[in-house]
Design a protein around this ligand. Structure first.
Ligand code: AMP
Length: 489
């Protein structure tokens, strides 16, 4: 069913990685490599679009990059020296493939392909208006809204149409766009989601690359040039690169959760090593919430750097008390709670010989629903741990993300409904502590969180959303209206 309300059949909360390259023989093959390095950002679907100077070619598939984009029958048709790609978590169901990016449309100005990381927080409102005026949507993705805004813009050039479109969207977007005129990369004015530029030197001016994280530059042997600035739009036409700043300048608010969990630890983000930040978070956590324990044990893999930091700061030995199978995806991928529980068991196993009789402190990056923590604590007790203390390398996640990180609705967030003691009871830990919000900023090298001008978006912890949330407000007002109606009845 094609709906005008994207919330009806597919969730809008996506997590994504994007990669684009201009000026490379077999560009699509390099995109496939780049996407492979960004696979942690989205594991349910992937897509690549290439441009050979005349035609655009696209392949989109459910599943991982490997297994799809290493097949010759798929790669050979993706001809051209310009290409971009996307990895995402998507929802299940028969409608999923039409939402897999890059999205493509034939506009009056020519082909237009777009890959998006983030989430547009007024997409539903815009979509309703566009549909009313005759736009026919092919997907339920928020990203398609941008295509329709470009298509219906009165400006003359594609870049101007694109800027016109972006001025009407709110929320988080790092975008890579391909048109016959060239490739455009841009970041929303607050720079909520990351986007970096790299290059590969070559005889004909080499190649320019855009990617969500620096690890994707490493994998193709590119060198890091710089981050795309918040609110900046970079256009690449052959060897010519131009930068545009079409938005009024505002203080940037990149996502702090990229440091906590989302980015790969070997990425460099805003000149900081993600790994080093995670270790610093762990060290700060040890200062704030010490435990008298025999062993520090990471919940692998996401808790590992913070656990190392905790162990080094506290002097308690670091040991691998949980072994992770690398053949299962991230816990979140499983759609139903039932399967998610099973997923946790498949993923982690206790290293019994090490744990029996020990007082342990477990370190994980975050608690969302609490499913992982509960299973892990139970697993440690079954393996004979004398005491199990849990330390979390982020403040309590109390608010949903509307900027492209997959979080469940608020009511399902453990920290939104329970206090610390209730959470500790729920996960059956002897004690539980989270790093403080100021401690998190300390780990980033700041004295504390600046309450008036925070340097990052930390809405998932503080509820301080840096943009308007038009769709959310619309949904709430409909809910309130329904509630009122119910009461009247
Ligand atoms: P939960 O079991 O619901 O409490 O989820 C917490 C676990 O999921 C943590 O161990 C994190 O490593 C991981 N996690 C946190 N946020 C996300 C996210 N947005 N997407 C996927 N995994 C996540």
């Amino acid at each position: 069913m094609l709906t005008t309300n994207p919330h009806e059949d597919d969730t809008l909360h996506e997590e994504c990685g994007i990669f684009g390259i201009s000026g490379a023989t077999d560009a699509a093959r390099l995109v496939a490599l780049g996407l492979h390095a960004l696979q942690h950002r989205g594991q349910e679907a992937a897509g690549i679009t290439s441009f050979d100077g005349v035609e655009f070619h696209t392949h989109r598939a459910m599943g991982h990059v490997a297994g799809n984009f290493d097949r010759e029958d798929i790669m050979v048709p993706l001809r051209g020296s310009v290409a971009c790609g996307h990895v995402r978590y998507s929802t299940t169901g028969e409608t999923a493939l039409r939402n897999v990016q890059p999205l493509y449309a034939d506009l009056a100005s020519g082909g237009f392909a777009i890959a998006h990381n983030g989430n547009i927080s007024n997409a539903m409102r815009l979509r309703r208006d566009l549909v009313r005026r005759g736009s026919i949507f092919q997907s339920t993705s928020d990203t398609e809204t941008i295509i329709h805004l470009v298509a219906t813009s009165n400006y003359r050039t594609t870049v101007d149409k694109f800027i016109d479109a972006l001025k009407r969207v709110e929320g988080a977007y790092s975008l890579i766009v391909m048109t016959p005129e060239g490739m455009i990369a841009c970041r929303d004015p607050l720079g909520i989601r990351p986007l970096v530029m790299g290059k590969i030197d070559g005889p004909d001016g080499g190649s320019i690359i855009f990617a969500s994280e620096t690890v994707a530059l490493d994998v193709v042997g590119a060198t890091f040039v710089r981050s795309i600035d918040p609110g900046e739009l970079v256009m690449v036409k052959g060897t010519e690169i131009t930068s545009h700043r079409p938005f009024p300048q505002v203080a940037a608010r990149p996502c702090i959760f990229e440091y906590v969990y989302f980015s790969r630890p070997d990425s460099i983000s805003e000149d900081r090593s993600v790994y080093t930040v995670r270790k610093a978070i762990g060290a700060q956590l040890a200062i704030e919430s010490p435990v008298d324990a025999d062993l520090v044990i990471p919940v692998p893999d996401s808790g590992t750097p913070a656990a190392l930091g905790y162990a080094q700061e506290s002097g308690i030995p670091f040991e691998l008390g949980i072994i992770r199978s690398h053949y299962v995806g991230r816990t979140f991928i499983q759609p139903s709670d039932k399967v998610r529980h099973l997923g946790v068991k498949l993923k982690h196993n206790a290293n019994r010989a090490l744990i029996a009789g020990k007082k342990i402190v477990l370190i994980d990056d975050s608690i969302v629903r609490g499913t992982t923590s509960l299973k892990i604590v139970e697993m440690m007790r079954e393996a004979g741990a004398a005491e199990v203390h849990m330390r979390i390398a982020s403040p309590p996640t109390r608010h949903s993300c509307f900027y492209g990180v997959d979080t469940p609705e608020r009511a399902k967030l453990l920290a939104a409904t329970k206090n610390l003691e209730q959470m500790a009871d729920y996960i059956k830990a002897d004690s539980l502590a989270f790093i403080s919000i100021h401690g998190l900023y300390k780990a980033l090298g700041e004295p504390q969180r600046n309450a008036i001008r925070p340097s990052h978006c930390d809405a998932c912890f503080t509820g301080d959303y840096p943009t308007s949330l038009t769709d959310q407000d619309d949904v709430s007002s409909v809910d309130q209206f329904a509630l009122l109606a119910e009461r009247v009845i």
